[in-house]
Design a protein around this ligand. Sequence first.
Ligand SMILES: [Zn+2]
Length: 310
Amino acid sequence: MTAVLYDLAGTMKRRTLLKNMGGLLALPALPAFLKDNPEAAPVLRVAHLTDVHLKDKFGAPDRFRRCLHHVQSQKPDMILNGGDIVFDMNKENLDAINTQWNLWHSVIRAECSLPMHYTLGNHDVWWNEDDKGQALYGKKFSMDQIGLATPYYSFERAGWKFIILDSVHLDIDNTWYIGKLGEEQMSWLEKELNSTSSTTPVCVMTHIPILTATNLIEDDIVNKWVMLGGDMHTDTSKIINLFYQYPSVKLCLSGHIHLREKLVYNNVTYICDGAVSGAWWEGNSRQTAPGYGLIDLYADGSFTEKYVTY
Ligand SMILES: [Zn+2]
């Protein structure tokens, strides 16, 4: 790079050259492998949008439109939607739920031309005790809206495997939700990883974080922290033990907490990507502004990523 600069500069004096190089050094750091191979380019750019909580209040539809324009200006290849798509279905009647989803579809149809792969959040599940008898109770209603035949699935794109998991399950007392996979999904995940080539890098998406420290940020701690089973996966230990056997698992994306966080454990990077809605469309959630994740994936399993406010 020095030689190229010098040729271009012609009679450029050494002092000027060094000054210009100082400017170059201010560029974002390249991943290690790119320094040796400047030709390598990302094979895929992914926008990770989570916790949109769309509703017709606080100007949310217009702000979400602006977000979608911003996302598309970054030229991603696809969107991963991390769940809590609509504002909240939990205790709503069917009319209110239809209104929320109709708003979602009208905004997406008009403003988004990218493929979108979804997982469900806890607010996308219909848990109204009075409606239990209905066929659409539970996850079925939302799965139909976004065209999911199963609540967890995988697909491959550009040499990466994407494993989309379903975090949200009823608590042991059947009254509220907790984060877990359950036995059936866990054995599916085992088989899925087992049948994936060890040279295929894996990106996992959940709604509830598999691992997070965000819940340790609490006010008024006296001598212990209390974490609810709905705040993080309760089967974290099992999932992490499984990932440890498969070094091809590189990246786990989540939402739910509305805080932006990135932590690395056993060489897996766990990113909680804030929330498109910030604090449910009422400003920042603690210090995290409304935004989304933008991730460049490389063929060798490395990636670069950032949180983008719009
Ligand atoms: Zn959530």
